[in-house]
Design a protein around this ligand. Structure first.
Ligand SMILES: Nc1ncnc2c1ncn2[C@@H]1O[C@H](COP(=O)(O)OP(=O)(O)OP(=O)(O)O)[C@@H](O)[C@H]1O
Length: 251
């Protein structure tokens, strides 16, 4: 259990400039420990860029990130030790099986023997035990997500950062993953995730930040952000629905 007075993640004035784009613009967020926290926004809003900075995968142009009180710039090792990360594009040893990659990760992290039971549980719950000889290189997109989640959880981090965890995941697996994440939060962990699945965010997240153009448009308890609408309706209202004109060539 984390100290309830110390935010799980604290982002202050985060700015990320790419050559052609200002992806994140002086963004600040304080994410309390022990809850699901959702970051939502339209395509290109900056969600992945924010999460990459939070995980120390990209050094921001400006601003600070603290993980459980540890500044990523001045106490990087302590900050990263608190984190489990699942993001697309993280490279995996492609010629290993799921069990081998978990063993490899446990060795790299110097985990004590308890990792074996956790690895077995994770492989079973995520359905990866059904394909014990399949190499990562042969995995589908959804299977890669699942092994990514298992790797993120193996060392029992205090904060899990998940970029689009349900993208490409079938409904049965999604339910298993939701169950695992709920248990993790019930045990005091913090899940910070980006998602386009408003239904999931509404059902599970205690707080949500709506990010547009690299800035926070609105942040707060999900029921307050949603107001009298569903979160999905509120999102469309906030972000602005594109007018849909009929395409004559389709009729
Ligand atoms: N490596 C990069 N180089 C240049 N521009 C980038 C790079 N990565 C992201 N961007 C730009 O930064 C902005 C934010 O992108 P980001 O991927 O963070 O958005 P997102 O909210 O995660 O989008 P999506 O919902 O589509 O995944 C976009 O304009 C994108 O084109």
């Amino acid at each position: 259990m984390q100290n309830p007075c110390v935010p799980a993640i604290e982002v202050a004035d985060l700015t990320q400039r790419f050559s052609t784009a200002l992806a994140v613009d002086r963004l600040s967020l304080s994410i309390p420990p022990g809850m699901f926290y959702g970051i939502v926004g339209p395509n290109g809003a900056g969600k992945t860029t924010i999460l990459a900075a939070v995980c120390g995968l990209r050094r921001p142009t400006a601003g600070t990130v603290r993980v459980a009180g540890h500044d990523l710039r001045t106490a990087r090792e302590a900050a990263l030790a608190q984190l489990g990360v699942m993001m697309d594009g993280l490279s995996l040893p492609e010629r290993l099986t799921a069990a081998e990659i978990l063993r490899y990760s446990a060795g790299l992290r110097g985990l004590d023997d308890g990792w074996r039971a956790r690895a077995g549980d994770l492989l079973e719950i995520l359905g990866l035990d059904a394909v014990p000889r399949t190499l990562i290189v042969e995995y589908s997109t959804g299977m890669r997500k699942k092994i990514g989640l298992a790797l993120a959880l193996l060392h029992r981090p205090r904060v899990l950062v998940l970029d689009e965890p349900f993208e490409a995941i079938d409904p049965v697996s999604a339910r298993s993953i939701e169950h695992v994440l709920k248990q993790y939060v019930d045990a005091g962990g913090t899940v910070v995730l980006s998602s386009h699945i408003m239904d999931f965010v509404e059902r599970n997240c205690r707080r949500v930040a709506v990010v547009v153009g690299g800035r926070v448009l609105i942040e707060g308890p999900v029921e307050r952000v949603a107001g009298d609408s569903t979160l999905n309706e509120r999102f469309v209202e906030l972000v602005g629905a594109d007018p849909v004109r009929p395409l004559e060539w389709l009729s």
